[in-house]
Design a binder for this molecule. Structure first.
Ligand code: HEC
Length: 233
């Protein structure tokens, strides 16, 4: 495939030791990228448990804008994510950056790494995620990956006005005037402080998990959480 050869040549030209890297095929690489979707979005500045990989290609390591959970190793790293650096990282992240928070055992097969790097060279450049989706390399859903749907237009029965904790239970009052009791272990209190979360001052109750009685209450800030939850029987 001509396009493949072109991509591989372009990678070799970026200062990588060309003989260490096999020719990469971005179409196959997009399939390997499936292993990354649980933790990374491609939309720039959309951080999940890992930093956004939007614009990662040739970005300085440990510098994604707004991502505050880098390990010391990545925070102080002094290299850019070119093909050679990505090859080392994807082979064995913990060997390259001891103490890294990226829990990933690595990809032993050099061809699979080269394919994935060829894909990241497209998807990890400005506008690249959208381009990869438009070209059919990946489903559009992978751009936002595991990011929750933004919370909008909350109906009164999902809008929380007060939470009482008493004994082993939460009593959750909603904007339709109902107060519903829940076993404390079935409730998750979560904060979503970015744009996917509820508006400031509003807490939202969402059904979660398999059993119908397990719910999450999402707050937009710790301040909202503290002001809404009370110990009161
Ligand atoms: C289990 C979650 C998880 C998976 C799966 C995962 N990553 Fe990561 N990734 C992270 C975390 C967390 C970090 C930050 C690591 C640190 O600070 O040490 C990270 C960091 C990175 C970085 C450095 C980004 C920067 O801004 O410096 C790159 C590149 C990267 N991952 C690529 C990948 C690729 C490609 C895959 C798929 C093969 C993948 N990751 C799979 C969680 C994950």
């Amino acid at each position: 495939m001509k396009a493949t050869v072109f991509v591989a040549t372009a990678i070799a030209g970026l200062g990588a030791t060309s003989d260490a890297l096999a020719d990469g095929d971005p179409t196959r690489g997009a399939q390997h990228y499936r292993a990354c979707v649980a933790c990374h979005a491609l939309e720039p500045e959309l951080h999940l448990s890992g930093p956004s990989l939007g614009n990662v290609f040739e970005r300085k390591a440990g510098t994604a804008e707004g991502f505050v959970r880098y390990s010391d190793g990545l925070k102080t790293a002094d290299f850019i994510w070119n093909a050679a650096a990505l090859d080392g990282w994807l082979k064995d992240p913990a060997a390259m950056i001891p103490g890294t928070y990226m829990v990933f055992q690595g990809i032993a097969n050099p061809q699979a790494r080269a394919d994935l790097i060829a894909f990241l060279e497209i998807a990890g450049k400005p506008g690249g995620g959208g381009k990869a989706a438009a070209d059919g390399l990946i489903p559009a859903a992978w751009l936002r990956a595991g990011a929750p749907e933004p919370i909008r237009d909350v109906p009164p029965q999902a809008r929380v006005t007060a939470i009482r904790h008493c004994g082993d239970s939460y009593f959750i009052r909603t904007d339709d005037g109902q107060e519903t009791p829940y076993w404390e272990k079935n409730i998750r209190l979560k904060i979503d402080s970015v744009e996917t979360g509820p508006p400031k001052g509003v807490a939202v109750i969402l059904g979660a998990g398999m059993a119908g009685d397990r719910v999450s209450v999402i707050f937009s800030s710790l301040t909202d959480l503290i002001s809404l939850v009370q110990e009161k029987c």
